[in-house]
Design a protein around this ligand. Sequence first.
Ligand code: PMV
Length: 347
Amino acid sequence: EEAPIYMATVSAPTNIACIKYWGKADKHWNTPTNDSVSVTLDQSDLRAVTTAAASSKFTQDRLWLNGIEDEGAPTNKRFRACVDGVLKLAKNPQKWKGCKIHVSSYNTFPTAAGLASSAAGYAALVAAMSALVDAQEEFPGQLSTLARQGSGSACRSLYGGFVAWRKGGEKEDWSDSLAQQVQDEHHWPELRALILVVSDAKKDTSSTAGMSTSVATSTLLQHRIDKVVPDRMIEIEKAFSEKDFEAFGKVTMRDSNQFHAVCMDTYPPIFYMNDISRMVVRIVHAYNAWAGEIRAAYTFDAGPNAVLYTLDQYVVEVGALMKHYFPETGAVSDYINNAEYIEQVQK
Ligand code: PMV
């Protein structure tokens, strides 16, 4: 009789940080030097769709990314941490003993362009494995500690809404470095995110390499960790909980700016934003000044693409503004041509 193939398919959305994670405290456990918090783009097409399959007739673990096999994956530390970590939590571990795992994952958006494709990817890997083997968490957030070992920011994509990653460090095995939902996806339905794809080219400095150089050389980073982030976490969680866009937008923009200032303070410096990114910053500030209130807030990760947070009532205005400055043949044409890149983050 032929051995069965067990399968589970899930999709996980990306998340965009408002208070940025930048700097590793423990390289082995992949834990951060500071807390961070992000919005999960629940309703967006910026997702990873992942199938995990297990069978005793498979001869080895294998991974395909966007249809192309990644031969190094089965021995890759990040992949192993996620797959083996979930297998340990299987409801019926015996069932999977003689099985090998096949994983196939698709991104619905440009990979490695600072749109947090790794966040969605590793969250989907952990979620697919978890669905496959019916994983049982021993404490809330345990699965996020596995996703975090794939890619730090991935831990935040396991929950919807507004999600914090508590840096942890009280426990020796860093099991307290995990994601925690601050507010769920129903809390602030008027909040929207617009993604401006400035470039879909691969970023030139990986976040892991960049963080390591920043930790080693940037004195601003140390100041940020000690003196800036703790207060900002309190401030932004309050703003989000009270749906105070003025406060939420301001701290989001300031934290993006400080993250990129840390990159500049790194030696040699790292440049993720480009001329178009800086133009977006200036347009947003001019727009908010004209409105007499904060109606849009930008944030940039490890790449030139902009994410604009705004409210439902201003999304057409902000979209039109961007279209005016970046017409279809212009620098952010992908955004203009792809209506699905204008995303409602929550419904
Ligand atoms: O999860 P990583 O290793 O790809 O790092 C993500 C870093 C930022 O996107 C710049 C910030 C964040 O908190 O997501």
